[in-house]
Write a protein that binds this ligand. Structure first.
Ligand SMILES: CC(C)(COP(=O)(O)OP(=O)(O)OC[C@H]1O[C@@H](n2cnc3c(N)ncnc32)[C@H](O)[C@@H]1OP(=O)(O)O)[C@@H](O)C(=O)NCCC(=O)NCCS
Length: 385
């Protein structure tokens, strides 16, 4: 008897299609991404990253006074001790082969040893820890990049907002207004995405009654992979490869793509577990990236032109749409940000979502412990085998 595809059981590997729990924080559906009741396009157009961070961590839209206090708290918490930064600088300065995500993971782990609330899982302590992590992660990223570049690290700038300060710490140069605005939007777009792999990892760790820093370290490890956050770097590396071959006259973009399809190569920055008709964050970031090129770096528009061509071929031949990591790669590249820092920048944003989920998990906890379907060998006696 043949089994028609209609009768085939759904492929549930990777927990595809399964609902793993309730959340008040975020809703992801085919046409909307909602953070605590606010749609992402609305937030990207009208909110600052600090407002979105407050919304996620504190649970409601801040009023003027709450926002001002929050901003001041973050600025005050940006400082990281030289003890920690020197370790980061030593590792990052040794070899550019060490990925900045691994260095950031070490930095966050080190922060846990100096946080006075480290082992306290109460809601109040976790709000304090969320703010410290949010404020200090850019300082860790900046120290690592300065060491990679072989230059002195700079101190956080209290005059700059989260996005501007992040750029300053990474590049050692004061950002233009448009660069800070583009970064601000990308941080908003990256802040939260319900039970994605890294957030779910953080919730699993939190569900054992472990602490926030441990849960965040696990989440950083999960985000690093190129099927998740690492895709923004991988997407840019792929475009770079295509551009090099096209400019050298070796092939056209279409030929490159056909070769990739034939060898079953995964195209980075395309596809999504949930969005099957496109990730609407991608269009928002693409527009900001193009705006940046037009105002600051007209030559970099060539990446968006190539990106559009590749995207059209992917849609025509595979019916697969780009996700937010695709325009992110081109946008950060146009802004002159070193490629290996794209995923750490993702952390500088998603830390808000992770912390919100860790607090939500702790507030109504039951250990996350699914079952496995055993498909191994039949039972045998040890002495007979
Ligand atoms: C995001 C991703 C991991 C989702 O995985 P998933 O939910 O298991 O993928 P789907 O079930 O939608 O895949 C359906 C088919 O499309 C293919 N496909 C999906 N994304 C693809 C891509 N980027 N390039 C080539 N083929 C892809 C799959 O191989 C699969 O084909 P198959 O049934 O012959 O194996 C996957 O699309 C991917 O690897 N994308 C590239 C990495 C990336 O950009 N990650 C960032 C996500 S925000």
């Amino acid at each position: 008897m043949t089994v028609s595809s209609k009768d085939k059981p759904a492929d549930t590997r990777g927990l595809a299609g399964m609902v793993a729990g309730d959340t008040y924080i975020c809703a992801v559906n085919q046409t909307q991404l909602i953070y605590r009741g606010f749609e992402i396009a609305d937030l990207a157009a009208n909110a600052s990253f600090e407002e979105v961070a407050f919304l996620l961590i504190e649970g409601h839209k801040p009023n003027k006074k709450e926002l001002e206090n929050f901003k001041q708290e973050l600025i005050a918490e940006r400082v990281v001790s030289d003890e920690v930064l020197d370790v980061i600088a030593r590792i990052a300065g040794q070899s550019t082969d060490v990925h900045p995500m691994s260095i950031l993971l070490t930095g966050i782990s080190l922060l846990s040893h100096t946080d006075p609330d480290s082992e306290d899982n109460s809601h109040e302590a976790e709000v304090r820890k969320s703010k410290r992590l949010l404020a200090k992660i850019p300082t860790l990223i900046g120290a690592g990049q300065a060491a990679r570049d072989g230059r002195e690290r700079v101190s956080p700038d209290p005059e700059l907002n989260h996005a501007g300060n992040l750029l300053w710490l990474i590049t050692g140069q004061k950002p233009t207004a448009i660069a800070a605005d583009v970064m601000n939007v990308s941080l908003i777009l990256y802040a939260e995405h319900d039970f994605n792999a890294s957030t779910f990892t953080s919730r699993i760790i939190a569900s054992t009654n472990s602490d926030m820093h441990s849960a965040v370290c696990g989440a950083v490890g999960a985000l690093k992979g190129n099927l998740h956050g690492g895709a923004n770097e991988a997407a840019m590396e792929m475009l770079y490869e295509i551009m090099s071959e096209v400019e050298a006259g070796k092939c056209s973009a279409d030929e490159w793509m056909q070769n990739a399809f034939q060898s079953k190569r995964k195209l980075m920055g395309f596809g999504h577990r949930v969005y099957k008709n496109g990730d609407h964050r991608a269009g928002i970031l693409r527009d900001w990236g193009i705006r940046f090129c037009e105002e600051v770096n007209p030559e970099a528009i060539k990446w968006f032109n190539l990106g559009d061509e590749v995207q059209a071929i992917m849609l025509r031949d595979k019916a697969i749409y780009p996700n937010v990591d695709y325009p992110c790669g081109m946008t950060y590249y146009a802004m002159g940000i070193p490629v290996p820092q794209y995923t750490p920048i993702f952390v500088a944003s998603r830390i808000t979502g992770w912390c919100a989920h860790i607090m939500e998990q702790h507030s109504d906890n039951r250990i996350i412990r699914p079952l496995a379907n055993y498909v191994g060998p039949e039972l045998s006696n040890w002495n007979d085998a």
